[in-house]
Design a protein around this ligand. Structure first.
Ligand code: SF4
Length: 206
């Protein structure tokens, strides 16, 4: 069954990628940190302005936290994010020669970087197979019966066990776009969903 679901998702969303705007792995890292509990469009509005002025680890490492807060204050949790971004940039400058590291172990040493953020940076930024579980991936994979875990880490384990490794990064994007366009948290469009024949979570339309 996962193979059928993946095939349909690929047909529907094969060319989709991250909706976040970025032009370097460092910008991607900042955008992903900002995206926690904030939708990608809102993050893009912030970073489209912010990255024109500041886009290097050194810029953020020396930036007063209060200044960064002004740029990102339309984001959820912006005070915490501003503190983490400045601290992460300082660590990149001090410990990683101002380069974003490309291993999960190293990424997790950066303030504000948890498992999901590390997986997105690895897969989107470096092309390393990883399957980040955000709110869309979590919800859609539960409804489709692909996972039952009650935490993102457990769902990631379950999905990685049934999806071929070479599809992990793509599956992350496909499940997100399916969650945005069709399988929304409220009122999923089951009646037109291409996955309805495989979906134990579909809503009865009769
Ligand atoms: S059938 Fe409904 S619940 Fe299942 S994946 Fe499609 S939209 Fe989501």
């Amino acid at each position: 069954m996962p193979a059928d679901i993946l095939k349909i998702l690929e047909e529907e969303y094969g060319n989709t990628k991250s909706a976040l705007h970025y032009s370097s792995v460092f910008e991607l890292l900042i955008a992903v940190i900002l995206s926690a509990q904030t939708n990608d469009n809102q993050v893009n509005k912030i970073t489209d302005v912010l990255f024109q002025k500041y886009n290097q680890p050194e810029d953020f490492a020396k930036m007063p936290i209060a200044e960064l807060e002004q740029y990102i204050k339309t984001c959820g949790l912006y005070k915490n994010k501003a503190k983490n971004i400045v601290a992460a940039a300082q660590k990149l400058v001090q410990d990683y020669h101002s380069q974003v590291p490309n291993t999960k172990e190293e990424l997790l040493t950066l303030p504000g970087v948890g498992n999901k953020t590390a997986n997105v940076v690895l897969s989107v930024g470096f092309g390393v197979p990883a399957l980040a579980v955000d709110t869309h991936v979590f919800r859609v994979s539960h409804r489709l019966g692909l996972a039952s875990g009650n935490t993102p880490d457990k769902v990631e384990e379950e999905l990685c066990a049934i999806i071929p490794q070479e599809k992990w990064s793509d599956a992350h994007h496909w499940l997100i776009w399916h969650g945005r366009r069709v399988c929304a948290a409220r009122n999923p469009k089951c009646i037109t969903c291409k996955l309805r024949d495989f979906c134990p979570g579909r809503e009865d339309m009769e």
